[in-house]
Design a protein around this ligand. Structure first.
Ligand code: IPM
Ligand code: MG
Length: 365
């Protein structure tokens, strides 16, 4: 198939990990007979430096026209002056809003060979397989902001429509998994959360085959550490989802491993590793590219419907996590390119194995 992907490398380690993910997409295209075209655009601090804007019009137009967008990371100390007029993060938020990608999927699994890196006891990490569905275009992130010399406000607002569409996505996804949804809110205090909870209760009636549980966000923060394997799909509002997914990432051993997909109603999507720009290690060639590479796999699955290709990348990553090489954040000393090359080799191996399996099946059939 033909597909057009816009890349937004952004800041810090963003360009390094995005390059590795693009290399993997090139390899998949060559191996499976697809034609992927790539167009690199500016976002974040890099865009502020070049144009004064965190999301230049040209970048946004290119993203809107693309089949999918692959982003690295935005932000860094150079642009974090609290008095600055523009911030790199504004580019990312504006992009999420403009693309209408309201459902942010953040899968969490703990690779057995990395369980020792997690701060939790190994036995708690068995069978951890959670899919966070974070609302991404509403809540306090996008409400009205005010600021005077001694007061500031961030309005947190949700409409039923905004809650309903992301909650339905969570229930639909649960049907392809273990059919359990945990909805996280703060309904004992917040009005938006009471609207959230009653909306979830109403929608749950349409999914009698899916079990639902409600948790308050403070208690959920604890349960994620004490009983992580109990959860299947966890759906929550924007800010709670931001916080809980970083907490959950600690279970996997490194933030560098985790991918995300941000989806709207169409097939286009925005894909990014959940880690940030990691300015302390930027430019050194030591960043873990796996979160970005797994984001590319999600891109193939959700925007291009290329499931076999997505699985090939995931199987390749699994093999590299099992046998190495590993970057520093997961206890190794390999650089970004070494890990990328190992994933590329494993993708080829996986495709060869699949080819001979099907050749065998044809011979038998
Ligand atoms: C994330 C990040 C962003 C967010 C920042 C960079 C704006 O932390 O994707 O989780 O808060 O959504
Ligand atoms: Mg975050």
């Amino acid at each position: 198939m033909k597909a057009h992907v816009v890349t937004l490398p952004g800041d810090g380690v963003g360009p390094e990990v995005t390059a590795a993910a693009v290399a993997v997409l090139h390899a998949v295209a060559a191996r499976y007979g697809h034609e992927f075209s790539f167009d690199e655009q500016l976002i974040g601090g890099a865009a502020i430096d070049a144009t004064g804007e965190p999301l230049p019009t040209a970048s946004l137009a290119a993203c809107k026209a693309a089949d999918a967008v692959l982003l690295g990371a935005v932000g860094g100390p150079k642009w974090s002056d609290p008095n600055a007029k523009v911030r790199p993060e504004q580019g990312l938020l504006a992009l999420r809003a403009a693309l209408g990608v309201y459902a942010n999927l953040r899968p969490l699994t703990v690779h057995p060979s990395l369980a020792a890196l997690s701060p939790l006891k190994n036995e708690k990490l068995k069978n951890v397989d959670v899919l966070f569905v974070r609302e991404l275009t509403g809540g306090a992130y996008f409400g009205a902001k005010t600021r005077t010399a001694d007061t500031a406000t961030d309005e947190c607002k949700y409409t039923v429509m905004e809650i309903e569409r992301v909650v339905r996505r969570a229930f639909d996804l649960a049907r392809g998994r273990r059919r359990h949804v945990t909805s996280v809110d703060k309904a004992n205090v917040l009005e938006t959360s009471r609207l959230w909870r009653s909306t979830v209760q109403r929608i749950a009636a349409d999914y009698p085959d899916v079990t639902v549980e409600h948790q308050l966000v403070d208690s959920m923060a604890m349960l994620l550490l004490t009983q992580p394997s109990r959860y299947d799909v966890v759906v929550t509002e924007n800010l709670f989802g931001d916080i809980l997914t970083d907490e959950a990432a600690a279970l996997a051993g490194s933030l560098g491993l985790l991918p995300s997909a941000s989806l709207g109603d169409g097939s286009a999507g925005l894909y990014e590793p959940i880690h940030g720009s990691a300015p302390d290690i930027a430019g050194q060639g030591v960043a873990n590219p796996i979160g970005a590479i797994l984001s590319a796999a999600m891109l193939l699955r959700h925007s291009l419907q290329l499931e076999a290709e997505a699985v090939a990348i995931e199987a390749a990553v699994d093999q590299v996590l099992r046998n190495g090489p590993h970057t520093r954040d997961i206890g190794g000393d390999a650089g970004t390119d070494t890990v990328r090359d190992a994933v590329l080799a494993a993708v080829e191996e996986h495709a060869d194995a699949a080819d001979s399996f099907f050749a065998g099946a044809r011979a038998c059939g």
